[in-house]
Design a protein around this ligand. Structure first.
Ligand SMILES: NC(=O)c1ccc[n+]([C@@H]2O[C@H](COP(=O)([O-])OP(=O)(O)OC[C@H]3O[C@@H](n4cnc5c(N)ncnc54)[C@H](O)[C@@H]3O)[C@@H](O)[C@H]2O)c1
Length: 326
């Protein structure tokens, strides 16, 4: 087996590429470096610079490296940007996926893992979200992930490709500091960014119908998430056919206020958060049932939220030496 990891120089993709390589899989990364960093990958993992929109390049890469399976993470991922520029999101996320699947089918590759997201569910009024909870995405970004799943399953059926769609919940942490998320689009780095600027972190709404009034989310350590990809890849290597769509979370709800308290403990920065009005589209609660992943992939998360915050902070300090004066 040789796996192509698209988006392999990204935050999650680099964790996946490394975890799979460390587990003995042959991997090749493809990334257009629009958000990725080549330094996240060791020299032993070849990195092809190029886009999932470039069909000719994909064809060449699949043939040249003898690719037998694909893990597709390359995508745009900012919800707000997707609201402002939906055509770009459909072009890159759905168009890029269609181009890739055409190349995959043409090359006779029979295994495909797709990065989906809890954003496909929107705002369901349930305690634990199962894979049968109806999907109603609330942003063009979430729509591209749901449309992507449809396309993956349809192409799988048409061309005999076995597929797994992984619906990640809120990803945080780093397996090592240099692999940390350098963007400030997810809550943990967003709070670190505010603290680094000497500003109070913001809580958007504390009047939700949740125990402390703030939104509740399910956080997953990126190292656990990388192991879930490995489990999905192994399932496909072991001859699984058809399609599987699973939640990747911890089934544990953590409120924004609880997370802020943990961040204050870890960073030693106890600036009181500011409470601002609710943001449109934020679900009060989004917590996964992770039962299907345990049954089907033999995978479950092992790392706690504190470990996510501590490892993310070590990565943040590495990328912001001004904080420690290093
Ligand atoms: N971070 C999260 O919390 C989260 C949650 C759910 C799903 N996801 C999904 O996981 C995947 C990876 O997210 P991430 O957080 O690592 O983001 P990221 O931006 O760090 O990684 C995406 C990578 O893909 C590359 N890329 C983007 N468009 C490309 C294209 N057309 N061709 C080739 N490379 C391209 C970027 O340069 C980047 O390295 C995405 O599909 C995202 O939608 C992320």
């Amino acid at each position: 087996m040789t796996w192509l990891i698209t988006g392999g120089a990204g935050y999650i993709g680099a964790h996946v590429a490394r975890a799979m390589a460390e587990a003995g899989e042959r991997v090749v990364a493809l990334d257009d470096l629009s958000a990725g960093m080549p330094d996240r990958l060791p020299e032993s993992i070849p990195l092809v610079q190029g886009s999932s929109l470039d069909g000719d390049l994909l064809k060449r890469v699949l043939a040249e490296y003898g690719i037998t399976g694909v893990v597709h993470l390359a995508a745009r991922k900012q919800v707000g940007e997707s609201v402002a520029d939906p055509t770009r999101y459909y072009q890159e996320n759905v168009g890029g996926l269609a181009t890739l699947l055409a190349a995959v089918a043409g090359a006779g590759v029979e295994r495909f893992v797709f990065s989906s997201s809890a954003a496909v569910y929107g705002n369901p009024d349930v305690d634990l979200i199962t894979e049968d909870t109806p999907c109603a995405p609330m942003s063009p970004y979430g729509e591209t992930k749901l449309a992507g799943e449809w396309l993956v399953r349809a192409a799988g059926r048409a061309h005999g490709i076995a597929t797994v769609c992984l619906r990640y919940f809120n990803v945080a942490g780093a397996a090592s500091p240099e692999l940390a998320d350098t963007g400030i689009f997810n809550i943990v780095p967003m709070v670190f960014d505010r603290l680094t600027r000497g500003e109070a972190p913001r809580i958007f709404g504390d009047d939700y119908p949740t125990p402390d009034g703030t939104c509740v989310r399910d956080y997953i350590h990126v190292a656990d998430l990388a192991e879930a990809h490995l489990a999905a890849a192994r399932r496909l290597t072991d001859g699984a056919s058809g399609d599987l769509t699973v939640n990747i979370g911890r089934s544990e709800g953590v409120s924004v206020r609880e997370l802020m308290t943990l961040i204050a403990e870890v960073t030693g920065n106890t600036v009181r958060p500011l409470v601002e009005p609710r943001r449109p589209g934020d679900a009060p609660r989004a917590v996964a049932s992770a039962a299907l992943a345990a049954d089907e992939l033999g995978w479950s998360a092992r790392r706690e939220v504190r470990e996510m915050v501590e490892s993310a902070w070590r990565g943040w300090l590495l990328h912001h030496p001004e904080i420690t004066g290093a």
